[in-house]
Design a protein around this ligand. Structure first.
Ligand SMILES: CC(C)(COP(=O)(O)OP(=O)(O)OC[C@H]1O[C@@H](n2cnc3c(N)ncnc32)[C@H](O)[C@@H]1OP(=O)(O)O)[C@@H](O)C(=O)NCCC(=O)NCCSC(=O)C[C@H](O)C(=O)O
Ligand code: MG
Length: 314
């Protein structure tokens, strides 16, 4: 498989996932705010942010919301409760009914957790466009990240994206929250390695202290450097920084354009390596440059679409 194929399986359209905002499905005021927010994706949470006695009401909120607020241009993901809980089956039935872009499975431990939901969706005749996202947030999930990602390559698999959950992982392991996440980095990189090997994407964990803008900026920068596609967010105030960090910077776009131009020069088709301003650039960098420009175009189209679309509330 070529590098570009491994990064972007041809059957799946490239998506922009810089800012992935979680909203508790029980919070109608927050749901009403979504159409005015500039996040790339929304996770409607039925799991940990909704109390057990409020799960049914939260499902009703989503039914009402999906009936009137399609959120054009934003990916819509519903996070369900574990299928082993009292709520998972009803949540999954709701997903089949509402057909969001994806269902997010919590606390995925092993490939079977993903395959089982894939089989259920197929049996329920849910269109294949509805993808599966997996929370990697347990010690077993980290240990099995590669096997879980590999399940995304099996025929009919809907697996598309991992989201790291460091609150649960810290709870299970006793690792303390610390700037720079020094003891978590090896596990985070294991997740990046797994998704890179099997053509998936990974979204970095939430940052809880939403008033601490400085540390949030630092963590976004670290997430980009590690290879995450975007960040899961808990508050609207985090969207701008996530979009800025995870979107291509002006300088990176200019550099990518220079690489594409250099390889488009007459005679360059026979070259695998060129000199751009005293730096060696290989054909593999051309693949990266084209990918970056494609992402920049998607972001531009998204902004143009958002500017043109009327902002309707739920
Ligand atoms: C953290 C919060 C409880 C804070 O809420 P609040 O006190 O209401 O904050 P503000 O007063 O500053 O809010 C200002 C306005 O913004 C709206 N708002 C707040 N959060 C959201 C949101 N997530 N989406 C949309 N809109 C939002 C408020 O309604 C205010 O609106 P208005 O009054 O009209 O001006 C709250 O932010 C929150 O609940 N956040 C999300 C929590 C959540 O989704 N948790 C689950 C995901 S975390 C996770 O997955 C962890 C993972 O599993 C792991 O293990 O790590
Ligand atoms: Mg969690």
């Amino acid at each position: 498989m070529s590098q570009s194929e491994s990064q972007n399986p041809p059957s799946r359209p490239a998506r922009v996932r810089r800012s992935v905002l979680s909203v508790p499905a029980i919070n109608r005021r927050a749901l009403d705010k979504l159409s005015s927010l500039d996040c790339d994706a929304v996770i409607f949470d039925l799991e940990d942010s909704v109390a057990p006695e409020k799960k049914a009401e939260a499902r009703e909120n989503l039914r009402a919301f999906f009936a009137v607020a399609p959120l054009p241009g934003k990916e819509r993901i519903i996070r369900i409760n574990a299928l082993s809980s009292n709520f998972g089956a009803d949540d999954l039935a709701l997903v089949a009914e509402l057909e969001p872009d994806a269902v997010l499975l919590p606390k995925v431990d092993e490939p079977q957790d993903v395959m089982m939901v894939g089989d259920w969706l197929a049996e329920a005749d849910v269109p294949e466009e509805l993808r599966i996202w997996a929370m990697i947030e347990t010690p077993r999930g980290i240990l099995n990240a590669a096997a879980i990602a590999e399940a995304g390559r099996t025929a009919g698999s809907r697996l598309d994206c991992f989201v790291v959950g460091l609150n649960d992982l810290r709870k299970e392991t006793g690792v303390l929250p610390q700037p720079g996440r020094p003891y978590l980095v090896p596990w985070l990189m294991q997740v990046i390695l797994a998704v890179s090997a099997y053509g998936l994407e990974a979204i970095d964990s939430v940052f809880n202290d939403f008033k601490d803008a400085e540390e949030f900026e630092a963590e976004c920068g670290q997430g980009v450097a590690m290879g995450f596609t975007g960040k899961m967010l808990i508050h609207p105030s985090q969207i701008e920084a996530a979009n800025r960090h995870f979107g291509p910077a002006e300088a990176a776009i200019a550099e990518a354009e220079a690489i594409i131009s250099a390889f488009a020069e007459p005679g360059a088709e026979a070259l695998n390596v060129v000199n751009i301003g005293g730096r060696m650039v290989e054909r593999l960098h051309l693949v990266q440059a084209e990918r970056l420009i494609h992402k920049a175009r998607l972001i531009e189209q998204r902004s143009l679409g958002a500017a043109a679309a009327p902002r309707t509330g739920a």
